[in-house]
Design a protein around this ligand. Structure first.
Ligand code: 4AD
Length: 431
């Protein structure tokens, strides 16, 4: 008998097969038991009919507890009523391990309890769907960049410098030296772009941010493309193409998952390049005219500002050309103004906030040196980075997309803690 996974069942319609599975849930009457089976690849219903399998097997089925592991055999049957399209007419059960008192039952649990049990909560249908969507976004990311001539480059995690400012660094010892966990691979990706043209990275980044919001993680995963001979506006075009591609890929390949999460897909179907561009100046003006008198030119947006700005669009929007004073040292000044830089943040719709931060980078040696000094950065630590504008410097741009915020938006989940398998949050290092 063939051992298959739930995801493969469609290929075995009418055949008797064997599945390794766990009991996600069960209901039974005197004559029939419905086993909700899961095996990681999917969820399917197993039907055990007493009159067909006999007293003993039926009693075993009735006694199965949540999360018990088993091998189950049966005939694959097409079934229009099931979301998956198939069910298993069970003919045999072999219990592998009986689970007793699984803590996460189908009833409602509080967030803290679920977070304490994250290692078990991951087994739920909802979490399964979110992780599958996360995986699809990662797959579509590699697809997009590989198809567009980018080379994947892996920047280091242990670093001696800090591109996004020094206040949110995780410091550690590197033998006798001070080191930091990477908060962005950008500077290394710039070096790689000068070697390979168009590059992208995908890896964990760390921010010791004391923020306890639905958008902040201490450890999050970032996709960081960097492109030589690429100006600001050209980079925005890559960004909107990339984000459209991942949204359309999830729509195509994660139908069941989006349905399980009750995601309003009509909102996602609209996400296609180009995306609107709004200047920082206009954004401030609009906010001030629309009841936000708590922000003035020169200040950074808070979550309510971003949400309000994005609300009038059903697309992600770019907010461009922020004041130089609230952005990192490496951003290229605007050619006609010295008070703003060539940068943009992409704000997702539906209140999910900033998902991308990007900019054109300075490629003039003297200006870069001056900016490093103005920011009070250790010149010695940045000597290697300055080399990039010393030897064949070219206009170049790049950006960073935060994976978890993107997963949260596309999945329609409220909080980023559900869009990463094991979230590191303020006050949470376990499990
Ligand atoms: O805007 P950020 O800080 O940009 C950079 O790090 C650049 N060096 C990237 C680059 O140009 N290569 O962060 C980029 C994105 C944000 O838009 C957001 O999606 C995500 O990273 N992000 C976070 N996600 C979860 N938790 C946090 N604490 C985050 N901080 C940033």
């Amino acid at each position: 008998m063939k051992k298959i996974t739930i995801a493969e069942m469609a290929k075995y319609n009418g055949e008797t097969v064997k599945l390794g599975a766990w009991i996600a849930n069960k209901r039974s009457s005197g004559k029939i038991a419905f086993l909700q089976l899961r095996d990681g690849s999917g969820f399917v219903q197993g039907v055990v009919v007493k009159a067909e399998v006999g007293e003993e097997l039926f009693a075993t089925a009735k006694g199965l507890t949540q999360e018990t592991s088993l091998y189950v055999t049966g005939e694959v049957k097409e079934d229009e009523r099931s979301a998956f399209g198939y069910e298993l007419a069970v003919t045999g059960i072999e219990v592998i391990h009986e689970a007793k008192d699984f803590p996460i039952t189908p009833k409602e649990h509080g967030t803290e309890f679920l977070m304490d049990n994250r290692h078990l909560w991951l087994r739920s249908r909802r979490q399964h769907a979110i992780m599958k969507i996360r995986n699809e976004i990662i797959r579509a990311t590699y697809e997009f960049f590989n198809e567009n001539g980018f080379v994947k480059v892996d920047p280091p995690i242990l670093t001696g410098s800090s591109p996004e400012g020094t206040s949110e660094l995780f410091a550690t010892k590197y033998f006798d030296e001070d080191a930091y966990l990477s908060q962005s691979g950008q500077l290394y990706m710039e070096a790689a772009a000068m070697a390979l043209g168009k590059v992208f990275s995908f890896g964990p980044t760390f921010r010791a941010e004391k923020s306890k919001t639905r958008r902040h993680l201490i450890e999050f995963w970032m996709i960081e493309p960097e492109m030589a001979f690429m100006e600001h506006e050209e980079s925005l075009e890559v960004q909107e193409q990339y984000v459209s591609h991942i949204v359309q890929s999830v729509l195509k390949n994660c139908k069941l998952e989006l349905e399980r999460l009750e995601r309003d897909v009509s909102k996602l179907e609209k996400i296609k390049a180009p995306f609107p561009r709004v200047s920082y100046d206009d954004a401030i003006k609009w906010l001030n005219e629309n009841g936000f008198d708590d922000i003035k030119w020169g200040e950074d947006f808070g979550a309510p500002h971003e949400t309000a700005l994005a609300e009038s669009y059903d697309m992600p929007i770019f907010i461009t050309n922020y004041p130089i004073g609230i952005k990192p040292f490496y951003m290229q000044p605007h050619p006609d103004r010295d008070d703003v830089v060539l940068c943009a943040d992409m704000i997702a719709p539906e209140g999910y906030g900033e998902i991308i931060g990007g900019s054109e980078r300075i490629h003039d040696y003297d200006l870069m040196k001056q900016r490093i000094q103005e920011h009070g950065l250790d010149e010695e630590a940045y000597a290697w980075y300055l080399d990039l504008s010393k030897f064949g410097a070219v206009p170049h741009s790049g950006f960073g997309l935060g994976l978890e915020r993107t997963v949260a938006w596309i999945s329609g989940v409220e909080h980023v803690r559900e869009s990463i398998p094991f979230p590191r949050l303020l006050n949470r290092l376990y499990p």
